[in-house]
Write a protein that binds this ligand. Structure first.
Ligand code: ZN
Length: 115
């Protein structure tokens, strides 16, 4: 499962950062995930519940910001939200086909709350 491998690498990264800060546990993990990253929110939450046992994030909350897919038109430079998963769309302002995606594929550990 795609989401499980994401969760495992995020937990790994989170524990590593928490240890570097001298923390003893992780209270919350904040992620930023783009609309085109291919992540199913329910599957991500489910994977997190299963994977956090025995880690520093055992009692942590998972908070996710889902970022809309945004593109910039090559013709008129307007920014617009993509409404499909392929990363290509017609500019709603001038109709130019555009694939200049500048947001939507993120998969970041945004920040941690630790104790
Ligand atoms: Zn345009």
């Amino acid at each position: 499962m795609h989401e499980m491998s994401i969760v495992l690498s995020m937990l790994d990264l989170a524990e590593h950062s928490a240890r570097e800060e001298g923390a003893s546990r992780i209270d919350a993990i904040h992620l930023e995930i783009g609309a085109l990253a291919g992540v199913v929110p329910e599957a991500l939450e489910f994977a997190f519940q299963g994977a956090r046992d025995g880690t520093m994030a055992e009692a942590a909350r998972l908070e996710v910001d889902y970022l809309p897919a945004m593109a910039r038109c090559a013709g008129c430079e307007a920014d617009f939200e993509l409404d499909n998963r392929y990363g290509v769309a017609l500019c709603p302002t001038c109709g130019t086909p555009s694939a200049n995606l500048w947001q939507g594929r993120e998969l970041h550990l945004a920040h941690l709350e630790v104790t």
